[in-house]
Design a protein around this ligand. Structure first.
Ligand SMILES: Nc1ncnc2c1ncn2[C@@H]1O[C@H](COP(=O)(O)OP(=O)(O)O[C@H]2O[C@H](CO)[C@@H](O)[C@H](O)[C@H]2O)[C@@H](O)[C@H]1O
Length: 471
């Protein structure tokens, strides 16, 4: 058994702002059958501590970045969860990263440095007599861990894997925080954790972790280019040998379509139209979107391309939240178009009804490390229409002439990410929808696609095993 501590700032079912939570929540269970004993370390945000069934304390420190901290033991399915309780850092209303007005918590550098420090301490001291051999670090929030591990003199015993879920977030902090964060000045240079004069927690992870990964093979290659690397491409090119792309899966116990054949969808489509007041009897596909509304997701171009869908009898149902200007733009669009329904907010149950009832799911992202909603779409026979980028390129088989002739297409891909190319793709989608046998075949292909964790769990297990350092 390889002992792995997964260090994450969010985790389903306890706290989620995006796809990282799904992945962190699913990994331990997915790996259990692959010779990996994975435990998870998560910050004790107020809402997380409130969900713990018991308060068993398994470690404590008198001073972790300005206050006492304890590790509470919980459960994540059948696996062990460690919750880092540190009231001065986490016991407050609001989200994991922002306050109720959407502003970053000013002490975010300390809040996540504390998570990293606790991970390193656990690696060094063990916890409940359990000594992790590998620390699996997710995104910038866990990025400082390898530095603290070195400071403790434990880096030659415990291996670290840094996984990039989203390079857009880099964990920047002013250089003046070096002493406060306990970071040696000797690492503050361009081959260390200095990035344009500031500290970058992400860069610390990219430089000092033993191995690096991201969540799809295509994105691993893209990350090393200036276009996608967000300034980190140079660091990543230097570490090309250590960088691997392992696709995300979805938790097939949590995402179960309420039908097991394409014909089953009709009733759910009708119910969804009814729920959202979308008129019945339109000839085109009902397209859905479930997304954070940010620049990354490319939904601004969807607004421009929508006439190509609506004019051909298609409809759109969108669930999302994020950028206030984009929220307002979608609301206004829905007010003017009877074929468009928009729900602003975060709603897991509605997300499932949309994916079950929709004919197609749209993911026009400018970049997408892996993407999960297209995987849900595949599982539910809700054909993904996606930008040809990152994990979207790796998981969908385009309905190109070759894909159709081979009978293996599962969706539609387009590039470049422009309104024009998207409009063209929407027209292709409508035309496929009108060819019922072709569409039904694609639905069946999609529903049979391997979107679970099995392959990727094998890949992670092999990687961890390779990384273990001799005792
Ligand atoms: N309004 C809403 N209501 C309900 N549910 C909503 C919602 N908005 C989003 N979601 C859910 O949040 C998750 C989003 O995950 P994604 O992987 O698609 O993107 P995200 O950019 O968050 O993740 C980043 O990390 C993941 C994990 O590695 C990568 O797949 C991805 O490419 C990368 O950008 C999905 O489970 C989706 O259903």
């Amino acid at each position: 058994m390889t002992k792995v501590l997964s260090v994450t700032s969010e985790c389903v079912p306890l706290v989620k702002t995006g796809g990282l939570a799904d992945v962190a929540g699913a990994l331990p269970g997915a790996l259990a059958g692959h010779g990996v004993d994975m435990r998870t370390l998560l910050p004790g945000y107020r809402a997380v501590v409130a969900q713990l069934a018991t308060r068993e304390v398994v470690a404590q420190w008198d001073d972790l970045f300005g206050g006492f901290a304890r590790v509470l033991k919980g459960a994540l399915g059948d696996q062990v969860l460690y919750v880092l309780e540190a009231p001065h850092l986490y016991d407050r209303d609001g989200g994991p990263y922002v306050d109720r007005l959407g502003r970053d918590w000013p002490d975010n550098p300390e809040r996540f440095a504390a998570l990293c420090s606790a991970a390193a301490l656990i690696a060094n001291e063990g916890i409940e007599d359990w000594f992790p051999q590998v620390l699996h670090l997710h995104d910038w929030q866990a990025g400082l861990t390898p530095v603290y591990l070195r400071e403790l003199g434990a880096a030659d015993r415990v291996a670290t894997l840094m996984t990039v879920h989203n390079i857009a977030f880099q964990g920047m902090a002013p250089a003046s925080l070096l002493p406060r964060l306990g970071l040696p000045r000797s690492g503050f240079h361009d081959k260390g954790y200095e990035f344009w004069g500031s500290i970058s927690a992400l860069k610390a992870g990219l430089v000092y972790a033993d191995r690096l990964s991201t969540v799809s093979p295509t994105y691993a290659a893209e990350l090393m280019t200036p276009e996608f690397g967000a300034g980190m491409d140079g660091v990543l090119r230097e570490r090309q040998q250590d960088l691997l792309g392992i696709l995300n899966g979805i938790d097939e116990d949590l995402w179960i379509p309420p039908y097991d054949a394409p014909e089953g969808k009709a009733a759910h489509r009708a119910a969804l139209r009814h729920e959202l007041n979308l008129p019945d009897g339109w000839p085109g596909p009902l397209c859905v979107v479930v997304s954070r509304l940010t620049e990354q997701k490319g939904l601004d171009i969807l607004l421009q391309a929508l006439p190509a869908l609506l004019d051909r009898g298609g409809q759109l149902a969108l669930l999302g939240s994020g950028d206030p200007a984009m929220e307002a733009a979608f609301r206004a669009y829905a007010d003017r178009h009877p074929g468009v329904a928009v729900r602003i907010g975060y709603d897991e149950a509605l997300a499932r009804r949309l994916i079950a009832g929709g004919d197609a799911i749209l993911v026009p992202s400018r970049f997408e490390p892996c993407g999960l909603t297209q995987l849900y779409g595949l599982r539910y026979g809700t054909l993904p229409l996606v930008a040809l980028t990152g994990g979207l390129a790796d998981t969908v088989i385009n309905a190109s002439p070759a894909g159709l002739a081979a009978g293996c297409a599962t969706g539609v891909q387009f590039q470049p990410v422009t309104a024009q190319a998207l409009a063209h793709a929407l027209m292709r989608l409508v035309s496929l929808y009108q060819q019922k046998p072709v569409w039904t075949r694609m639905m069946a292909n999609a529903m049979a696609s391997p979107v679970g964790w099995s392959q990727s769990a094998t890949a992670y297990a092999a990687l961890y095993a390779q990384m273990v350092k001799p005792a």
